[in-house]
Design a protein around this ligand. Structure first.
Ligand code: C2O
Ligand code: CU
Length: 460
């Protein structure tokens, strides 16, 4: 793929992208999952065959207001794969959660399914299939769901924009590689791409006035890439994580966004007119521009730090009365599963597991068993002390409910739905089992999910 613009190399001329449409979606939206051809690689490269919702990459941003209902009809026009839509991070009734075999029947090619639920939380969420996830997400099936605060409760910003961070594994002729089941990806860091995009473009770029305050909703839809972002020519506050507002927006110099995570930033452009403000990705071989703002004049005065976003209605954790269900994560390259693991009810040795494409285990079990990892009573607080004994990072995601990290001294972290576990790390989360049903709890690197890191939690 072409060289990306290294920040230190200075700005190259790129087309200015317009503001996205902020129009609210109509009452019922059709999302048709189907093959499509789009210009994904930079100009000069051929179009790429992708799988997309309504032929668009990323899928259209669904914008609604908190309290409204969402009505989406998924039409599966994929040639031969079943699909579903999972509404990542949304607190909704279990039967709308989009997990085939657990919460709904898979939607076969030629079939449709109606998703209908109330949008209880304001925030930045996203949607993606929960069937053949490595392939379907990697081929382009993903989009963002923005739930706006009610009129009058929104932060005072000059623009509100979605930035979808993603990567693609493409050959030099711009064809997406079809190695979705590669054992090396499963047993190592997942299916990393070689071409990074923002909103399916090699770089996001627009004009904005000096002093402007922007709300940027960053969503990592990549299946394995962990983004570390730094900023230049702007002052940045972190206002929400995984859709849920922070109690106090904190000023930051860097933010790490693991697969499936979101970060809502409030950004004041400080660069002088004629200069550029930047969001850049820190990678092994350099720091690359992801989003550039060409700052125009004359510009307004500096503003006071932003206020917190209005909180969503979150439950109260009962840490004292909570039950602890430890989770030990094992496996993968370097460490393996020396004691073997149970898979589909059978205790197996590492070699046999690997031959079955299973490389990871939660508490000695690869994949889902008959019994859930946690059997919780409605309203109960559950603590999960997690230990990552593997040599890799994992983005652990709980469906249906958000959790908080409990640190050693008992202080609570922000509400999240996905937590990044670094190698050898031990971290504890706690959540209130506030929603009845069967909820997935898995690594959001789908290559890991399909090769062992997938379990579920039952709330009754
Ligand atoms: Cu974003 Cu189980 O998924
Ligand atoms: Cu993982």
């Amino acid at each position: 793929m072409p060289n990306r613009r290294e920040v230190i190399a200075g700005a190259a001329a790129l087309p200015v992208l317009g503001l996205g449409s902020h129009a609210a979606a109509a009452a019922s939206t059709v999302l048709r999952a189907a093959p499509a051809r789009v210009q994904l690689a930079p100009d000069g490269y051929p179009e790429t065959e992708v799988w997309a919702y309504n032929g668009r990459l990323p899928g259209q941003t669904l914008r609604h207001v908190q309290g409204q209902g969402l009505e989406v009809r998924l039409e599966n026009a994929l040639v031969e794969q079943e699909s579903t839509i999972h509404w990542h991070g949304v607190r909704l009734p279990n039967e709308m959660d989009g997990v085939p075999g657990l919460t709904q029947a898979p939607v076969r090619p030629g079939e449709a399914f109606e998703y209908r639920f109330a949008l209880r939380d304001a925030g930045t969420f996203w949607y993606h299939p929960h069937a053949h996830s490595v392939e379907q997400i990697s081929r382009g099936l993903a989009g963002v769901l923005v739930v706006e605060e009610p009129e009058g409760a929104r932060p005072d910003v000059d623009a509100d924009e979605v930035l979808v961070l993603d990567d693609w594994r493409m050959a030099s002729d711009a064809v997406i590689r079809d190695d979705f089941g590669a054992w090396h990806d499963m047993s190592h860091a997942g299916r990393l791409g070689n071409y990074v995009t923002v909103n399916a473009q090699p770089e996001y770029r627009r004009k904005a006035a000096k002093g402007a305050r922007l709300r940027l909703r960053l969503v990592n839809t990549a299946t394995a890439r962990i983004f570390t972002l730094r900023f230049r020519g702007m002052r940045v506050w972190l206002a929400a994580l995984d859709g849920m507002p922070l109690e106090v927006p904190g000023e930051i110099e860097e933010v790490v966004i693991a697969p499936a995570q979101r970060a809502d930033l409030l950004v004041d452009l400080l660069a002088e007119p004629g200069e550029e403000a930047l969001i850049a990705s820190v990678e092994r071989d350099g720091t690359y521009a992801l989003a550039g703002f060409d700052v125009t004049g004359p510009g307004g005065a500096a503003r006071a730090a932003p206020a917190a976003l209005p909180p969503n209605d979150m439950p109260v954790l009962d840490l004292e009365g909570a039950r602890a269900v430890p989770l030990v994560m094992d496996g993968g390259a370097m460490r393996g599963l020396p004691e073997g693991a149970v898979w589909r009810g059978n205790k197996m040795e590492m070699r046999a597991l690997a031959e079955a494409g299973q490389f990871w285990a939660f508490n000695g079990m690869a994949g889902m068993g008959e019994a859930p990892l946690v059997d919780a009573f409605l309203g109960e607080t559950i603590r999960i002390p997690m230990t990552n004994r593997t040599a890799f990072s994992h983005a652990m995601h709980l469906h249906g409910m958000h959790f908080r990290e409990v640190s050693g001294d008992g202080t609570l972290g922000p509400w999240r739905d996905t937590i990044l576990m670094a190698p050898n790390e031990a971290r504890e989360i706690a959540f209130v089992a506030e929603a009845p049903g069967d909820w997935m709890f898995h690594c959001h690197m789908p290559s890991h999910q399909m090769s062992g890191m997938m379990n579920w939690i039952r709330v009754v």
